[in-house]
Each structure stands twice: as structure tokens, then as C-alpha cells.
Design a binder for this molecule. Sequence first.
Ligand code: NDP
Length: 419
Amino acid sequence: NQKKLKWLGFQKKERIERIQMLKDNGYLTDEFEQILKKNENLSLETANQITENNIATFSLPMGIAPNFLIDGKEYAVPMITEEPSVIAAASYAAKIVAKCGGFKTTVLDRKMIGEIALYDIIDFERAKNLILKNEDKILEMANEAYPSIVKRGGGAVCLEIKKLEEFLVVYLTVDVKEAMGANILNTMLEGIKPLLEELTNSTALMGILSNYATKSLVTATCEIDSKLLGGIHVAKKISLASKFAKIDTYRAATHNKGIFNGIDAVVIATGNDWRGIEAAGHAFAAKNRKYEGLTTWIFDEKIGKLKGELTLPMPVASVGGSIGLNPSVAAAFNILKKPNAIELAKIIVSVGLAQNLAAIKALVTTGIQKGHMKLQARTLALFSGAKDCEVDLVVNRILEKKIIINSENIKKILKEIRN
Ligand code: NDP
């Protein structure tokens, strides 16, 4: 009940009132309240420093999905997306899961992998043994190339070697602490490349971080009472939908796109590299040599509960890259109460699971379009030139009279309203 009161009417409030509500609920400090109220964004000066040939900055809507309960802690999750209904769907699913104890997460490890591909090798076995014999020396050299991460308690951890056709691939594992680690890994790999070439009398084709971050896996799970989903038949259909996404690639791609609707929104809000997170997730979806749906939903008849699970590589950072440079990103971290990299990864994977639940529940019940209609009408009304004060009038008339949503009809309604 306390939770209900906390966010009562949040979606119907004005923007400034929502910010106030975040503040009143303890999710925002004074400094970031002001930044959000003023809609302070990345400055042109900073933008010009971050990337090349800068001419402007680009904006996207930032919203909040409240009611996330993860490992017993409540979060209001900042999400950046241009797609209508993503934030509403995440909030809806989060609310249901919170009523059933929330999301539980596990993190097995949090390290990054980089690789060097060697070729022109005469004796693979000899080369492999030489590398392994010199492992300590190679790791030491990697750490010398990036000493600050060692000072922070991280650094190079181990080497693994694999022969792939004409290549001998050396995989370097590094504890990158709070960073995502691309620059750390790339610097280390370039540092050890000459030593590997010399030891094995081979040529290095390249040395680069791998985005297939299998040593940064995070699992989120939840158990939902089928009554909260609309009954056993709905829970069973959700589990069938998850099975279908494992076996049909056409469905798997869309199923996973829906998961990334939520994941990308938080990854972007927190200033992380969403291309890297997407690459990791889609590579992981193909880990069984077939591209599959990433979530698993099973209906447990005995207890009447639907059990959901999502495991993903989630090498997000709390520092580095452009994270410290964008005021909106700093505000997002403030709202999330400054999570470290591992806590942020747990939040993001939970959002992915929530997003998937909302999407497949809609798909196997009312269909996806019903919930989208209102939002689609809003977007199209804006496109058709409706002013802010006219949008609700247009949408209400469309829904009341069950008018087909297209720009021609919307323009007609606008004309009627204006007359
Ligand atoms: P950075 O190069 O920004 O390195 C991390 C920074 O964070 C360092 O300056 C480090 O300080 C600082 N830091 C402060 N506190 C900590 C801490 N507790 N733990 C770790 N570092 C800390 O970022 P990354 O190496 O993480 O690289 C990420 C960037 O690389 C992203 O912008 C990404 O887009 C980009 N990139 C991605 C690639 C890919 O995904 N394949 C390829 C190439 C680039 P100090 O200086 O003291 O070490």
C-alpha cells in the first residue's frame, strides 16, 4: 500500500510534478532536481570534445519506470527511448513482479576478455606451450601497459589459448573494476603483442577487446503468481511463447528486440555503450549455434507460478567513456542512487526480463496493437501538426469513435476540432 501511494498517478502528472515526486520519494538530490527541471543537457562545448566534426546535439525523451524491486531494493529506473509504450510496459511488469517478491539476480563474474590472433605459425603445440610457460611474464607486461587499473585493484588475470584453423588465438582476461574496459583491454593487448610474436615466431593479425563478454554474465529471475497475469491459461501461453522464441528464428529476433527495448533504454540513460551491449546479447543468443530467444518462462503447475529467467553478458560501467560528461547521465545515476557497475548490470537485466514479460503477455492475450493504439494516435497527431493542447482531444475522439488511425483521419479530426 505504501508503494502504491508513493507513485499514485505518476503517469498522469505534469513533467515538473513527476520530478518533484521522484524527489519526494527520495530518488533525487537537490542538484539533480534542478538539472532535470531545467532539462539541462550535454553542452555543445563538451559535445565538440567527445566526437569529431560536431555540428549540434541530439535529444531523446527520458522517462521513469517506477516500482522495480530488485534483490529487495526499490528502484525508479530512468529510460531513454523514442518508442511509445516501452516505459509503460516496463512499469506495468515491474509492478506485477514487485507484488511477487521482485527480481532476484546473480552475478557469476565481472571481467572482460580481449584477444590476439596469431598466424604464420609452424608448430602450434610448441607455440601454445611457450605462451603458457611465459604466462606470468605476459600478464605482468599487460599490467605494465595499464598500471592504473592495477592500482585500483584490478588488472590482467589469466590467458587462454585456442587453435582456430590457421590462427592461434590468445584470450586475455582482465578485471576492469568499474570500467567497461575497451580502452584498458586494447592498450594491454597492444602492449603484449610484440612479446607474443617474439615468443612464438609468428605474426599478430590484431589485438582487440571482445564484446562477447562471457565473463560478465548476469542472471535475473522472478516468480509470478498466475492470478496476477490473468490466470493459469495466460501463464501457460507465456511459457509457450518463450518456447516458440527458442525454436523459430523469425520470432527469436523480435522477442529479443523487445528485451533490448528496455535494456538499451537504461544503457543509453546511463551513458553506456549500447552497441557493445547489443553485440554481446545477440552473440549470446546464438551460443547454442542457433539464434534463440533469450528469456525462459516456465509455468510451474504445482505452485501455480510462472518462473522467468534472463541471462545476459552485461559489461556496463559506472565510470569511463562519456559517463561523467553528460548531465542527464549523471542525473540517471543519481536517480538510481549511484549503483556500481555490478548493481547497474543487475538492474538492466531485470528491466530486460520485465520488458519481455509485458511484451509476450500482451501478445498472447489482447495482442500488441491494443495497448499501442493510444500512443500511436498521439505520435501521429503530433506528426500531423496537432498542438500540445489538441493532442488529447484528437486521441479521445479516435478512441471514442473507433476511427482507424492514419494521418488522413487524424488531419480530418484536427480540422473538425479547429472549426
Ligand atoms: P576509459 O578509457 O574511459 O577508461 C576508464 C576510465 O575510468 C579511466 O580513466 C580510469 O581511470 C577511470 N576510473 C575511475 N575509477 C575507476 C574504477 N574504479 N575502475 C576502473 N576505472 C576507473 O573507458 P574503458 O576502457 O572502459 O573503455 C570504454 C570506452 O571505449 C567506451 O566509450 C566505448 O564506447 C569505447 N570503445 C568500445 C569498443 C568496443 O566495444 N569494442 C572499442 C573501442 C572503444 P585511470 O585513468 O586512473 O585508469
